[in-house]
Structures are given as C-alpha cells and as structure tokens.
Design a protein around this ligand. Sequence first.
Ligand code: TUI
Length: 313
Amino acid sequence: MKTICELLNIDYPIFQGGMAWVATHSIAAAVSNAGGLGIIAAGHAPADWVRNEIRACKEKTNKPFGVNVMLLSPYVEEVMQVILEEKVPVVTTGAGNPGKYMEALKAASIKVIPVVPSVALAKRMERCGADAVIAEGCESGGHIGELTTMALVPQVVDAVSIPVIAAGGIADGRGMAAAFMLGASGVQIGTRFLVAEECNIPASYKERVIKASDIDAVVTGRPTGHPVRSLRNSLTRSFQKLEKEGASVEELEKHGTGALKRAVIDGDVQNGSVLAGQISGLIKKEQTAEEIIEDLMSGVKERLGLQVEGINA
Ligand code: TUI
C-alpha cells in the first residue's frame, strides 16, 4: 500500500482540518506550502465563494490541497460541481455519506477522503471507492460522533484496507505518535491550526483557544441529533440551560443559528460558537503553519524515529 504522502504527493502526513468559516485559502495554502495538506472548508458557503477560494489557493501554492465539503450544506450539489470543474486534487467530506458523489469525483481523478465516525461508514466508504478515510473521534471541535479517537482509530484500521487518518485530540508530536501506534497513516489537525498566523480569524477567537483549560471544550446540541463541541461561554451556558429545561429541537436549533459566524467573523467569543477541540488546553501560542508542522514532525520523529512509514518523507 502506498503511504498517504505518496498517494497525495505531499511531504508530511498532516492534514489541516476543514473548519467551516475558518479554513480559507490563506491557512490552506500555508499548510500545503509547508508540506502538509491544506484544506479549504466549503462549510455552508455558496459555490461562487468556494470557486474564488480555490482559485486564490492556486495562486498561493503549487502544492496539492483539498476542499472539505460539509454534506449538510444547502449548496452541496453546486459546490461539488465547482470542485469537479476546478480539478481540486483532494476532497474530504463531513457530516454525512458522500456516496452519491463518489463516481463523478473518481472519474475526475480527485482523491476522496470522507470523515467517518464509525466502522460501518468506513467500510461503506471503502466499498464505494474512497481513497482513504479520516476517523474522527469526539475529542474534535465542531460536529462530532460518539466514539473517542483512541477507540475509533484501531477499529477502523482493522476494518478497512485503505489508509486511515486519525483526527480528534491531536495537537503535537506525542498525539501524532500515538495515532501511528493505533495504526493510523496520518493525522488531521484542526484546533492547533486555529491559532496559526495564517489563519485569519479574529484575535479574540485565538486568545480564547490559547487561554482554554483542559475542561473548557463542552458539548451542546445532543438533543437535536447534531452534537457540537465548543469552548465554554455565555452561549454554551444558555444552551445547557435550555437543554435542562427540555427545550424543543426547533428552539435549540434557532438558538444556534448564526452562532458560528458570530464567533468567526464578528469575533464575539461570548455569544458566538467558538468551535474547538478538547486539546485546546495544550495550545499555548500563535505560530506560523510552517512552525507548527516542524514542531509536529520533530516531536513525532523524536518518539518514533524511523519506524513509521510515511513520517520520514
Ligand atoms: O463535520 C465535521 N465537523 C463540523 S461540521 C460543522 S458545521 C455544522 N453545521 C450543522 C450542524 C452541525 C455542524 C462544524 N464542525 N466533522 C466531520 C464529522 N463527520 N464528524 C462527524 C461526521 C459524520 C457524522 C455522520 C460523518 C458521517 C456521518 O454519517 C451519517 C450517515 O449518513 O451515515
């Protein structure tokens, strides 16, 4: 089996998470230029916005990059069309089953790497032609599944024969080494790239991540069927109150409307949804994407030396 670096033509087995509203061409191009796989998040954005971001990314890097498609987006069909037209090298997907798009993406030689929260979905994705899967544990920020990274990754590794990328709770060389020990072929990292210099979110958002403690990343929205992990603030407290009072799904969904944009665009980290993972407490400073990748690679090499395929590319 090819290593993930050989498969995608990248130097290091590090994906930057496709964080909605956050992951624009700026951070994606910086991560790709540093040898990882930068990923633009399509989120809930219209197709024209995605096309502009793809073109801006191509201006800034000649290296492979990806687009993450949030399958709950109302624009998913048009966004997939743009990805095909622009011949984006890699597509990752989240929050659903991308099966119906697989044939067209594969026919365009686009590598397809779905995020999976379970063994069953990982197997289904392998059967319909996925090139790899991202097994994302519930330590992650944003929309999450049930299983932890520690439990999910080895079970997915045993169930499929395509490469498995571990995500959720990984932010340094130790976490990366642990992921390789579980059988992963690479890692996807979101939270640490939130505080990258090239990540153009408000300073208030980065400061909130940097000052987060180990227990600050909480889950709200379980009753809606869309649990979301974000950093404790006025919004998470009001959500928890509504949930305790038995608010309806409609009320809870209404309460969450526009909350991510409030944090990422307006910088309102009290009333907005500050999506971030459980590993936030480990993150202490802003650095360039290149410094983050160098730190991850030196940390993992220090621990695993030459043992793991793909890390010495
Ligand atoms: O998608 C994410 N993280 C996200 S998406 C997001 S924006 C958002 N919009 C509306 C509601 C909630 C969030 C913020 N963060 N991560 C990847 C991920 N995918 N986590 C879990 C899943 C997942 C869940 C179910 C993937 C597939 C799936 O399949 C269900 C099925 O159809 O079989």
